[in-house]
Write a protein that binds this ligand. Structure first.
Ligand code: ASP
Ligand code: MG
Length: 423
């Protein structure tokens, strides 16, 4: 059994869907489960729709119309018979019914999000599955929510392995052995049958979840880049392909923000030693990257440059001038956790704690509210976090990247150098 994953860019229009079909024809032999994301940037649009719906904005109808016509344009280009895509129409009607209804006053923003945003994946998989069935790649569409069982933490649910493994092993595996399966990334369901999602870009993680539960022989993530690169090729003209990388190095790279794979993807694969291939759907003949177990470091002296823009820097000091490492850290960390801010870099001095995280006005205001009684807080935005993984100062391109920007914070560990640059 193998698992393939196709992201939004690989199904962004009708031509792209046809390309997925040709990749499957050429490379999809044998038992296969295919995980697919929402088409193009539709998840962003659906997020706008949630916002408009939740706050009863007039733009709701317009946004829905855009989502509908985007998908209909694609199905019209792929159509053979009038009724081919009736299930896509049904899903669009279902979505429209949800947003027409008055919102349940007791439901939270995140619950509404998980009701609405999964339609991106449900629709895209229906389109791809229908197209494939019409054009010779016989497959079965499966609703991932019946198999990926999660906690009820909406928008960042964690997998309940004890529930999901037997379902996938006993009910899904026999089906997948008979026919290729097309299913959704990113979505699941809690034990009360409420929709959940795994966090943005979570489809890679879904592929790993299925692979783990199916004891798959490999996972292939098909991307619009050659494979895992040592820097974002859109930002660095000299970016190079990394042909082989160990699970541990890949985890670190993803953790520091290399956007090629979702950070949670590797661990389940590593646990069962399932190799991961990252390959180009544009040019499948290229070798791509292989992520495998390897005791020695596979990167050798290749340095990886990872850039995170739109960072905020927060400095927190105790009002009573107590040392920050006394009882204060525990309070500070719990507040960050409560509002859902993840730290990208942190440092402390005797009486202050500095941290950098992705800019987010809503969460930051909530955090300021939580901290204001006990601490003085200073927050500034407009920073870029540069991480050089596998840093070595002899042949680094650091100077060139920093250019003439000032450094606000600097941290070095055995594996990485991190610099917070002022834009
Ligand atoms: N469609 C979701 C997103 O764009 C999940 C994914 O693409 O992995 O975040
Ligand atoms: Mg996506």
């Amino acid at each position: 059994m193998r698992v393939f994953k196709f992201g939004g860019a690989s199904v962004k229009d009708a031509e792209a869907v046809k390309n997925v079909a040709s990749v499957l024809q050429d490379y999809g032999q044998g038992p296969l489960l295919v995980v697919i994301s929402a088409m193009g940037k539709i998840t962003n649009k659906l997020e706008e729709l949630v916002d408009a719906y939740y706050f009863s904005k007039d733009s709701k109808k317009e946004i829905f119309a855009e989502i509908k016509s985007f998908h209909q344009q694609i199905t019209e280009s792929l159509i053979k018979d009038e009724n081919d895509y009736y299930e896509v129409d049904n899903l669009l009607i279902e979505l429209e019914c949800i947003i027409e209804k008055r919102r349940d006053e007791s439901s939270t923003y995140d619950m509404e999000y998980d009701k609405i945003v999964p339609f991106g994946e449900l629709i895209s998989t229906k389109i791809v599955s229908t197209y494939l069935n019409k054009f010779g790649v016989k497959n079965r569409w499966i609703d991932a929510r019946n198999f990926v069982i999660t906690s009820s933490k909406h928008r960042s649910a964690s997998v309940l392995w004890e529930e999901s493994v037997p379902l996938i092993q006993n009910s899904l595996k026999p089906l997948a052995e008979r026919q290729p399966i097309i299913t959704q990334g990113f979505i699941g369901r809690d034990i009360n049958h409420k929709n959940t999602t795994l966090g943005r870009e979570g489809s890679d993680y879904s592929a790993a979840i299925f692979a783990f539960c199916l004891d798959a022989e490999s996972v292939t993530i098909w991307k619009d880049v050659e494979g895992i690169m040592n820097a974002d090729p859109k930002q660095f003209s000299e970016a190079q392909l990394i042909p082989k990388v160990s699970y541990n190095e890949a985890i670190e790279l993803a953790y520091y923000g290399a956007s090629v794979i979702h950070p949670k993807t590797i661990q389940p694969l590593k646990n069962k030693a399932i190799p991961l291939f990252v390959k180009s759907f544009v040019d499948p003949l290229l070798p791509g990257t292989e992520v495998i177990e390897n005791d020695s470091r596979t990167l050798n002296d290749t340095q990886c440059y990872i850039i995170k823009k739109n960072q905020s820097l927060m400095t927190i000091a105790s009002r009573d001038f107590s040392f920050i490492v006394e009882d204060n850290l525990e309070i500070i960390f719990s507040k960050f956790n409560a509002v859902g801010i993840q730290l990208n870099l942190m440092q402390n001095s005797a009486i202050s704690f500095m941290s950098c995280f992705n800019m987010n006005d809503t969460k930051t205001s909530a955090l300021l509210e939580e901290l204001k009684d006990k601490f003085t807080v200073n927050i500034k935005s407009g920073y870029t976090l540069l991480t050089v993984f596998n840093y070595n100062d002899s042949n680094s391109q650091l100077e060139k990247i920093i250019d003439d920007r000032k450094i606000a914070l600097e941290q070095k560990s055995s594996s990485a150098l991190q610099l917070l640059l002022i834009d």
